[in-house]
Design a protein around this ligand. Sequence first.
Ligand code: PEP
Length: 249
Amino acid sequence: MRIPLVLGNWKMNGNGESGAVLLSALLKSDLPFDQVACGVAVPFVYLATLGEKLSGTKIAIGAQDVSNKVEGAFTGEVSASMLKDIGASFTLIGHSERRTYHLESDSQILEKTKQALSVGLKPVVCVGETLAEFEEDKTETVLKQQLSKLCSELSVKEWESVTIAYEPVWAIGTGKVASPEYAQKVHSFIRNMIATVDKTIANQTKILYGGSVKAENAAQLRAMPDIDGALVGGASLVAEQFAGICRNF
Ligand code: PEP
């Protein structure tokens, strides 16, 4: 039984004050935590203060990225142990915006995942095809490429802490959500890939869908057997929307 997980990705939006207001509203929205797990990935600089606000609550706090290095002369980087130290419980890794604007490779994404795992930070690894790849029917080829290092290099034990987020790039921030049937087909493909590592792990691993999820389309996505939750961008900045998505999952 995979309990649904809904994570918000605030990206580079808002400030300390608006973040605190958003969390206060979420904390008041009486989310059904016996049925859904929730978390927010906030900008690095607000992790400490917003983390304090969430301390003792059921809403997890996480980062949007992590360094692939342990420590040292890597200006601007934030290590997995620093994130753990400050109270983050998870981190996004390999979001399409990191892959596109920072040219993150699958090898770096594997290194980041290993760094997170080494300190007990849960990695949420993002994968997904671009519009051109979708139109050329290359989704499975792309996903195979993006997931193959994780499948071959992570142990079964490590996989126990990994979450995958399938985010078709053409659906991110565009208002064009993938159809539940299409997303299900891709999620099933991903689960079958994980099954090459271990069948039990494949059944346990949460595979989130991301890309224009709203309170209005969450229930249809949730109805699909291999969709275990959502990674939410824009709608996670509006408390009512995010709470609605959590409820509908
Ligand atoms: C995202 O960037 O992870 C995302 C899914 O964005 P949106 O929900 O805005 O499409």
